[in-house]
Write a protein that binds this ligand. Structure first.
Ligand SMILES: [Zn+2]
Length: 295
């Protein structure tokens, strides 16, 4: 059996039982990005074969995933797990390298500390199968879309060269989330600039997709829903790893129940058990009849 360092053991066993489906729209995005020749990252990549498990057939092949690298840029450790933990686990299982860039270390919070939060984040990484996670080093509760911060984020984008960036939905009650959404939009643009003092070579990610880890109690109208039926359990366990934020915080005791309920709702809209919603600002292109079937 071919080994793949990107596939967590727990995800593999669950995937074999229930299948590793991707949403039709992300498949469409994959088809759009698959043939793109991206410049090589400065970061050396694994030379191991990427393995995709065909759950329905119960077999393993060495096909390469259509997407090589995605980057999730979020404000606080636990945002990505809440917003798209199931999608992350699914992408990793499909052989995609998922890099997490937390803008802050998430502290201070009422029941946490930098040390506790780092330990919890490490645990969540293991559960989801994340092998690359960095902290950009902005100050919690004070994230702003400044020139300096755009350059910090743009340097990270230029260094790792993800085909797709995921970040916060732009309408939220937490000012960090709102600022981060704008900051990442602008950092994506800065990343392609020439004749600047930015590090690394210019680079422009093909897509930016917004996940929903919202404090605002507002309804949303997502552009697509990603099927996480095979990965909701893993997501829940990753979120639960942040005990300082949930199990040890009386105000957030029912977070897992609420997340599962929400995931069930979104999954129901695409006739699946669980799903996670995502929103785009740009329209989707359809370039062939197969893609049209998946819209
Ligand atoms: Zn947050």
């Amino acid at each position: 059996m071919v080994k793949n360092k990107f596939i967590p053991r727990r995800a593999t066993s669950q995937r074999r039982v229930r299948g590793a489906n991707v949403s039709s729209t992300l498949s469409l995005l994959k088809s759009q990005g698959a043939k793109s020749k991206q410049a090589k990252s400065k970061e050396p990549k694994s030379k191991e074969s990427v393995v995709i498990v065909h759950a329905a057939k119960g077999s393993v092949s060495s096909e390469k995933a259509n997407i090589q690298t995605v980057m999730v840029i979020a404000c606080h450790p636990d945002d990505v797990e809440i917003g798209m933990g199931g999608t992350i686990a699914s992408l990793i299982a499909a052989g995609v390298q998922v890099i997490i860039a937390d803008l802050t270390n998430g502290e201070p919070t009422p029941h946490g500390s930098p040390e506790i939060r780092a330990k919890e984040t490490k645990e969540a990484n293991i559960i989801l199968g994340i092998t690359k996670r960095i902290i950009i080093g902005l100050k919690n509760r004070e994230i702003q879309d400044t020139i300096e911060n755009r350059k910090k984020v743009a340097n990270v984008i230029r260094r790792y060269r993800p085909e797709i960036i995921f970040s916060h939905y732009w309408n939220d009650a937490h000012p960090d989330h709102v600022a981060a959404s704008t900051l990442v939009d602008n950092a994506r643009f800065y990343a392609k600039l020439t004749k600047t003092d930015l590090e690394y070579e210019p680079y422009f990610p093909r897509k930016i997709i917004y996940f929903h880890a919202m404090h605002l109690k507002a309804s949303i109208n997502p552009s697509f829903i990603y099927d996480i039926s095979a990965f909701q359990t893993i997501k829940s366990r990753a979120v639960a790893a942040y005990r300082s934020q949930f199990a040890n915080n009386p105000k957030n005791l029912n977070i897992l129940e609420r997340l599962k309920h929400n995931d069930s709702y979104w999954g129901g809209l695409i006739a699946k058990e669980y799903g996670e919603p995502f929103t785009l600002k740009e329209v989707l292109a359809v370039t062939n009849d197969e893609a049209l079937l998946n819209v």
